[in-house]
Design a protein around this ligand. Structure first.
Ligand code: GDP
Ligand code: IMO
Ligand code: MG
Length: 422
């Protein structure tokens, strides 16, 4: 069986931390979608690491890490990630396998991302500018270049043809994007040579055989369910299926082989980039969350927008993913608030509703809150569930009851050790 771990909000829920915590229980950790738009932070033994493409099981001796076919890979960023891990002496050849069917982000994909965003002006998605959208467009448009192509004699011809096409497309946008293609290509080709030293596999066959041999597998999601291309706040989403179904297509695992589904959420909500966010705060409370939670993007450094927990949206993503257990992150950030709020319904077209409607822009939706008494205690040194303050337990019990799924992990700080099991 394959267990899944995915974000239930707009990303940055703390997936990297929890994958790292859970890796000791698994033989294989496999990323199934997204690419270097992701930034997964791991903190342990006084070290902090942000992983973009490499799965979050990489620091464990035994676990094998797989980058699945659903992922898009930028060789230049990948090379940098490998370099950042140099001091750990990890044997990448035997610990990090890449699917031949994963698509490659070309330098011109990044340029197209930038051109598209510039051309959109105020309506921009707020993309991470990593070339994610254009690469997935080439994938579904059947023009993409895949990792397996790098093993062919003529991959450079394919590269040249696609790059030529991209340069024409850039003209179409009629925006001023400055670049030095020669320099970008130099970097790219060097990085491809490094990438080619790793082990390429047919990951669907590999995982099938691993399951036959009773290996335990955890699939690591990127982004969050509200950024899913189908179920997220379209068009302000990413270009892949971030929800549970994405693990089947992104790894080649049959739906009948999915086991547990771990859903990760923050005790409040954040979003980076554009798009609707019904519980967003523009007051001191929002600023406090941003400050205490250090809410800056792990990939782009942009400030994250902050707001109260949105149970209407969370209920929706729990359903879409078939979540079997919840992990609540960053509860420690809410310590010190007198009152804590949870959005329990929306006002939509004059009516109170508890489901996520098609349109959640501010002109269509306003929020209704249920209020809770806050707690003052510092949670960051706590290490067992019986130490948690009463008011936090009331908060947790309420969420569990509403979502009808148990909260099994309460994270009380960014470090691997600041994790409470219930
Ligand atoms: P991911 O993309 O889902 O892996 O999450 P990110 O790494 O982008 O963002 C989560 C941020 O919160 C990182 O800076 C983590 O170190 C931090 N973090 C994770 N869990 C906790 C927690 O329980 N409390 C606090 N204060 N920080 C946390
Ligand atoms: P992790 O895995 C938070 C957001 C961007 C933008 C939108 C589209 O760290 O949780 P893209 O570059 O994918 O075309 O951007 O999606 N976004 C993320 N937000 N966490 C992420 O990943 C994200 N990856 C993309 O900010 O709004
Ligand atoms: Mg992140």
């Amino acid at each position: 069986m394959v267990d899944l771990l995915l974000g239930l909000q707009w990303g940055d829920e703390g997936k990297g931390k929890i994958v790292d915590v859970l890796t000791k229980n698994y033989d294989i950790i496999a990323r199934f979608q997204g690419g270097p738009n992701a930034g997964h932070t791991l903190i342990f033994d006084g070290n902090k690491h942000v992983l973009h493409t490499i799965p979050s099981g990489i620091f464990h001796d035994k676990a094998l890490n797989i980058v699945g076919n659903g992922v898009v890979i930028d060789p230049v960023i990948f090379q940098k990630e490998l370099e950042d891990l140099e001091k750990y002496n990890i044997d990448f050849k035997s610990k990090l396998f890449i699917s031949r069917k994963a698509h490659i982000i070309l330098p011109t994909h990044r340029l197209l991302d930038a051109a598209s965003e510039t051309a959109k002006g105020k309506a921009k998605i707020g993309s991470t500018l990593k070339g994610i959208g254009p690469t997935y467009m080439d994938k579904t448009g059947r023009n993409g270049i895949r990792i397996g192509d790098l093993e062919l004699e003529n991959w450079k011809d394919k590269y040249d043809a696609l790059t030529k096409k991209h340069l024409k497309m850039l003209d179409f946008f009629e925006v001023d994007i400055q670049f030095d293609l020669k320099e970008l290509e130099n970097q790219f080709c060097k990085a491809v040579d490094i990438l080619k030293q790793l082990t390429f596999i047919d990951s669907e066959a590999y995982l099938f055989n691993a399951m036959q041999a009773d290996k335990t597998i955890l699939a690591e999601g990127a982004q969050g369910s509200l950024l899913d291309i189908d179920f997220g706040t379209y068009p302000y989403v990413t270009s892949s299926n971030t929800t549970a179904a994405g693990a089947c297509t992104g790894l080649g695992v049959a739906p009948s082989k999915i086991g547990k589904v771990f859903g990760i959420f923050k005790a409040y909500t954040t979003r980076v980039g554009s798009g609707p966010f019904p519980t967003e705060l523009f007051d001191e409370d929002g600023k406090t969350m941003a400050k205490v939670g250090q809410e800056f993007g792990a990939t782009t450094g942009r400030p994250r927008r902050c707001g109260w927990l949105d149970l209407v949206a969370l209920k929706y993503t729990v359903q879409v993913n078939g979540v079997t257990q919840l992990n609540m992150m960053k509860g420690d950030v809410l310590s010190g608030f007198d009152t804590i709020k949870i959005c329990t319904s929306y006002q939509y077209k004059g009516k109170e509703i508890t489901h996520l409607p098609y349109n959640i822009e501010p002109e269509n939706v306003s929020v209704n809150y249920t209020e809770f008494k806050g707690w003052q205690a510092d949670l960051t040194k706590m290490d067992s569930a019986d130490q948690l303050p009463k008011n936090l337990i009331t908060y947790i019990d309420f969420i569990e009851k509403e979502l009808q799924v148990p909260i099994k992990i309460v994270s009380v700080g960014p470090d691997r050790k600041q994790t409470i099991f219930r």
